[in-house]
Design a protein around this ligand. Structure first.
Ligand code: ZN
Length: 174
């Protein structure tokens, strides 16, 4: 396992639509292991493959609270089968949009289908943080960031700050 570099917005790679996985094999499991380690190291609660530059429909997640045993979860080719009409608002953040947190409104519940770490088909009902997190991560597979759900003004303000921070970092590295 190794820690990979997380891509930070704005970056054209984050706008890519990820491709379906054809087979859950050892190579894909190695990617998922790396993603999980990268996510724990960050630390974060969810990570999509495109955030480490791999345009595949793969997500890892761990919603265990502090002090609880780790609960790593893997979602390959996830699909939303249905979502509720009622919505919930959570303050979201993203490892690709560091240091920004904003309220985002999404369907409060959804039912998903995906392949797990072994390549088995699963269906599951999601609610609360799980529903928000899986929808946030699935947005990444479509090239959408949580800031795309915010007003234009807020989004452009965040992107400006992120661009500035990137330039500063490049200068320091030069
Ligand atoms: Zn994210």
């Amino acid at each position: 396992m190794s820690i990979r570099e997380i891509i930070v917005a704005p970056d054209p790679r984050l706008k890519q639509v990820s491709k379906p996985v054809e087979k859950v094999d050892d190579e894909l499991r190695a990617l998922m292991d790396d993603m999980l380690e990268t996510m724990y190291d960050a630390p974060g609660i969810g990570l999509a493959a495109i955030q480490v530059g791999v345009p595949k429909r793969v997500i890892v997640m761990d919603l265990a609270r502090e002090g609880e045993a780790p609960q790593p979860r893997y979602f390959v080719n996830p699909e939303i089968l249905s979502s509720s009409e009622d919505t919930a608002v959570y303050e979201e953040g993203c490892l690709s949009v560091p240091d920004f947190y904003e309220d985002v409104e999404r369907p409060a519940q959804c039912r998903i289908r995906y392949l797990d770490y072994q390549g088995e088909i699963r269906e599951e009902d999601c609610d609360e943080l799980f529903a928000t997190c899986i929808q946030h991560e699935m947005d990444h597979l479509e090239g959408v960031l949580f800031i795309d759900h915010l007003s234009k003004l807020k989004r452009s303000m965040m992107l400006k700050k992120l661009t500035k921070a990137k330039k500063l970092q490049e200068k320091e590295l030069a």
